[in-house]
Design a protein around this ligand. Structure first.
Ligand code: FAD
Length: 416
């Protein structure tokens, strides 16, 4: 038995299957995904696909022919339900058992659900949406049109991107954020306030410090579990009326399969620098993993396409006994309105934040330092500077804050 079995056909799974073939895996490669489609780009679901600028076809990561050419057997609608690492096989929801020589878990994550009085975890109001899959985006899109009152619970990236896309469609958008400012988990107050101002200017109502206390529903005499949501009520009693509600409060990694099989899980499937899990012949890549970062000296579970692709390529190289590709510093992007935000590194714990450029002109880069070392940067409409910032962050460069903000000093001259 010389099959490489890849579970989960998202960014990590698709890349891992194709990269493994390219790196020289000679046996069969099977890519099992529980969604109906060929692997597709997830980021446009809250951006260009949602507001109609990207077609369904343009979402595909690769055409069907690419999998055929690489002899990767892709199976849609195939859900893996159990893993037996001793017998080296998995069981699918349809009862089939598949054996493997090596297994890669690329199971990603699912949206976290809002559970408050008036809304139970398994309730299904017809106007409540989450966003992770193409099917989710299609369901939401069908209800978004001019004049609709859309309430988004959660002011993270996905929530804000959705707000921008929906307001382009003419919806009346309100974003509810429990923290004192949006993007609280990922950026500084300064950059967050900039984004709040941009959204407000575009007509989006951004309510911060708004903890959801309960949800009002319209039972209409029918099943309460499927009754539509009519309003979201805050801790101070304020009710925000809604025609459509989207909950964007983060995701939960799909680790249950690994956990039930006895693999080490610590917020994600624990993997070493090559992507090996704690069980022999089982690897993992993408949003579902927790991996030690040499750069930050702690275990991280990253949620980004670049990380999913990098981890997938690393596993493919390790499977083929090839040298592992170099790791970049974690990076991410987000498109909202006319703003291209690119972020590198993790800014938590910074003791200084300096800005190069001009917030008012919507072109700047925020640098985060800790003890004189550059640990992260957020660039808005500054792609050239971002490339250099990536290099500086990966080098954990010791830089002078005054030079970073001085536009007459080329960033290039600061890189080692
Ligand atoms: P996923 O893409 O989630 O793929 C996992 C796949 O495995 C899914 O298809 C899942 O259904 C399947 N699966 C799970 N369990 C099983 C099972 N037991 N059997 C079979 N199949 C299974 N990242 C960025 O870098 N930039 C962005 O701008 C950005 N925007 C985003 C916008 C949205 C709306 C969302 C939802 C995410 C965004 N992300 C963005 C995050 C990015 O999409 C993820 O980091 C990336 O998809 C992770 O890839 P993955 O392969 O690890 O997981």
């Amino acid at each position: 038995q010389d099959t490489l079995l890849v579970v989960g056909a998202g960014h990590a799974g698709a890349e891992l299957a194709l990269a493994a073939r390219q790196a020289g895996w000679a046996g069969p490669i099977r890519l099992l995904g529980d969604e109906a489609e060929l692997p597709y780009h997830r980021p446009p679901l809250s951006k260009a696909y949602l507001h109609g600028e990207a077609s369904r076809e343009s979402l595909l990561l690769r055409a069907q022919a690419a999998y055929e050419a690489a002899r990767v057997q892709f199976e849609p609608g195939a859900r893996v339900q159990a893993l037996d690492t001793a017998r080296r096989c998995v069981t699918l929801a349809d009862g089939r058992e598949l054996a493997y020589a090596e297994l890669a878990l690329c199971t990603g994550g699912r949206p976290r659900r809002l559970v408050v009085p008036g809304l139970a975890a398994d309730d299904a109001p017809p106007n409540l949406h989450h966003l992770r899959t193409l099917a989710d985006a299609d369901g939401m899109r069908a209800q978004l049109r001019a004049g609709v009152r859309l309430v988004i619970v959660g002011g993270g990236y996905v929530g804000l991107e959705l707000a921008a896309s929906a307001s382009k469609l003419g919806a009346q958008v309100t974003v509810l954020e429990a923290m004192p400012h949006v993007l609280a988990r990922v950026t500084s107050e300064r950059v967050a306030h900039f984004y709040e101002a941009v959204h407000r200017e575009a007509g989006v109502a951004v309510l911060t410090g708004f903890g959801v206390a309960r949800v009002e529903r319209a039972p209409d005499g029918g099943d309460v579990r499927t009754a539509a949501i009519t309003a979201i009520v805050g801790a101070d009693g304020r009710a925000v009326p809604a025609d459509v509600v989207v909950v964007g409060i983060g995701m939960l990694p799909n680790v249950e399969l690994a956990q039930a099989a006895g693999l080490a899980v610590d917020g994600g499937i624990v993997v070493d620098e090559a992507g090996r899990s704690s069980a022999p012949h089982v690897w993992a890549a993408g949003d579902c993993t927790a991996q030690h970062s040499a750069l930050y000296g702690r275990t991280l579970r990253l949620e980004s396409v670049p990380n999913a692709l990098e981890q997938a390529r690393t596993v493919a190289a390790a499977l083929a006994g090839k040298p592992m590709p170099a790791r970049a510093a974690p990076w991410f992007w987000s498109d909202q309105f006319d703003l291209k935000l690119q972020m590198v590194g993790l800014s938590q714990g910074h003791d200084a934040c300096v800005i190069r450029g001009d917030l008012a002109r919507r072109q700047f880069i925020a640098f985060y330092l800790r003890a004189g070392v550059l640990i992260a940067a957020d660039a808005v409409n500054r792609p050239g500077d971002f490339v250099l910032a990536k290099r500086l962050v990966a080098q954990a460069a010791r830089v002078d804050a005054a030079q970073l903000v001085d536009e007459s000093v080329a960033l290039k001259s600061l890189a080692l």
